[in-house]
Design a protein around this ligand. Structure first.
Ligand code: SF4
Ligand code: SF4
Ligand code: FES
Length: 510
């Protein structure tokens, strides 16, 4: 816990964390100091001057709050006439060449310039000369579209590419009101985190080609989730909207700050993986690839399970701990071999030293903590002797399933799946299950941090959760209470966990 110190803001005493600059220190207790160029992940650049505040200790009349550490007893002034005048002047300066095309700008509704204008400026334009025209809709690469006219030259995007990805594709060229952000000729944005500049840009100068003009942001609901694109488990916002006569649709993933997991960023692949949540979904039961009533399919599947002599239950390492525990207890009850083997969920060498991991599953650490084997050899051996394979959200044909095809043909297949795949095509019975934006659960990431997430998407005909389907097929665990008790069994790192109270920032397990 950081040490607490006392400050006086506009004469009022406030208690803040030490070791922060004034923007972050008083921002954490709900007091806003307007700022454009400062971002906690990039540090202070001091170029916008919108954060100027007064300090009553004999310093120069005004100091930038982004570069001023909060210290015990400091008396800070935020609302003198002089400060208000400077804020107005800076806003007027920022808007001299700004096109003010808010009605057609993607950032409208989440734009710092728009919000600060309403709060700190709100005056008509005094401009008597033409604005300096600049380029619009520039393709900067990696799905980033740049509008030079809207840019306020805060340099956040430039600093991101220099300090965070260290790829340095962006720079500011020219001077005065001809200054602009540019890529070097023939060298577009080319890093796996490039779309973070869209979130970092405080105005609508960096937009995402994927999201542009799809939705006005005030129509979007913002749910909190965990990316299932790799074992890092980055925290995300799931922005979605249910329009009239349509199902709830996800329009974008954005990073959600969690210092101990992903900081302020996510990778582009994870960001764009929202599309998989909308597309290629298995929403009805199938019998040998043909549509069938869900209750009937459940009945048939339960009968196949009852008649099978040797069963293998294959769990995806992307499932939640709750679903894995339900699968494990089902396997125990019917004497089945359980496996967490997955084909194509590990791409050796694909990860980096920032966020992206080789392991493309969200909960392999959880699988291991529950004592479920995930080796190919054990799975293949069990499958060769089995007459029934129950696959829970796994796709053995994903990368190179050829070697498995023979064994799969000799066993019947029941596939519980959130998405259409070759598994659901080949299955005797395929049963639809919810995907991770549609249920609540918990996962353990590659750093052994336990994180929980809630259900964000509510469709009218939502497929059941995997643990519910397992219960209907004969699994012994019917309630969350029973499932939590099953997870906590034994003496491993999950033993003492209170699953109702996992902290928002996650719980490191030892
Ligand atoms: S494009 Fe956006 S982030 Fe980059 S300098 Fe301009 S305003 Fe700042
Ligand atoms: S690093 Fe992994 S968890 Fe994070 S956003 Fe990318 S794919 Fe998702
Ligand atoms: S935020 Fe301090 S100068 Fe820009």
């Amino acid at each position: 816990m950081a040490e607490k110190i006392k400050l006086f803001v506009n004469g009022e005493e406030v208690e803040v964390e030490s070791g922060k600059n004034l923007i972050d220190a008083v921002g954490a207790v709900g007091i806003e100091i307007p700022h454009l160029c400062y971002h906690p992940a990039l540090g202070a650049d001091g170029n916008c001057r919108l954060c100027l505040v007064g300090i009553e200790d004999g310093r120069p009349p005004l100091v930038p709050a982004c570069k001023t550490p909060a210290v015990e007893g400091m008396r800070v002034q935020l609302d003198t006439d002089k400060i208000k005048k400077i804020q107005k002047d800076i806003m007027e300066f920022e808007l001299i060449n700004h096109p003010i095309d808010c009605p057609v700008c993607d950032q409208a509704g989440e734009c710092s310039l728009q919000d600060y204008y309403m709060k700190y400026d709100c005056q008509g334009s005094r401009l008597m000369v033409d604005k300096v025209p600049k380029a619009k809709r520039l393709d900067f690469g990696s799905g980033v579209v740049h509008d030079q006219e809207r840019c306020i030259l805060c340099a956040r995007c430039v600093r991101f590419c220099r300090q965070i990805t260290k790829t340095g594709e962006l720079g500011i060229v020219n001077r005065t009101d001809y200054a602009r952000v540019a890529i070097f000729p023939g060298r577009p944005l080319n890093n796996r985190y490039a779309l973070n500049v869209v979130d970092l840009c405080p105005v609508g100068a960096m937009t995402s080609a994927d999201f542009r003009f799809k939705q006005r942001v005030w129509f979007l609901e913002k749910g909190e989730g965990i990316c299932h694109g790799c074992s890092k488990g980055c925290n995300i916002y799931i922005d979605h909207n249910q329009e009239k006569y349509r199902e709830d649709i996800i329009y974008r993933f954005r990073p959600r700050h969690n210092e101990q997991v992903n900081g302020y960023f996510i990778c582009d692949e994870g960001r764009l993986s929202y599309k998989k949540e909308n597309e290629q979904r298995l929403l009805e039961a199938l019998k040998k690839g043909k549509s069938i009533d869900l209750d009937k399919a459940m009945e048939l599947a339960a009968k196949i399970v009852e008649q099978a002599a040797k069963v293998v239950i294959l769990l995806s390492p992307n499932l939640s701990l709750e679903q894995m525990a339900a699968g494990r207890s089902f396997a125990k009850k019917i004497g089945a071999q359980i496996s967490g083997y997955s084909d194509g969920m590990f791409l050796a060498g694909d990860g980096d030293d920032f966020l992206i991991q080789d392991d493309k599953s969200a909960n392999r650490a959880g699988l291991k903590m529950l004592g479920i084997d995930d080796t190919e050899a054990v799975f293949i051996k069990a499958l060769e002797q089995a007459d029934l394979l129950i696959s829970v959200d796994n796709d053995l044909y994903g990368a190179d399933g050829k070697a498995l095809e023979k064994s799969l043909r000799s066993a019947s297949l029941i596939a519980l799946s959130s998405h259409l795949s070759k598994m659901t095509e080949q299955a005797e019975i395929a049963l639809p299950i919810a995907s991770y934006s549609e249920y609540a659960g918990s996962v353990v990431n590659c750093d052994n941090i336990l994180q929980s997430f809630t259900q964000v998407i509510h469709k009218t005909a939502l497929p059941p959760e995997a643990d519910e389907v397992i219960h209907q097929l004969g699994g012994p665990l019917g309630s969350r209470e029973e499932i939590f008790n099953e997870i906590k069994k034994g003496s491993g790192p999950l033993a003492g966990v209170d699953f109702q109270r996992i902290p928002a920032e996650g719980l490191p397990l030892t």
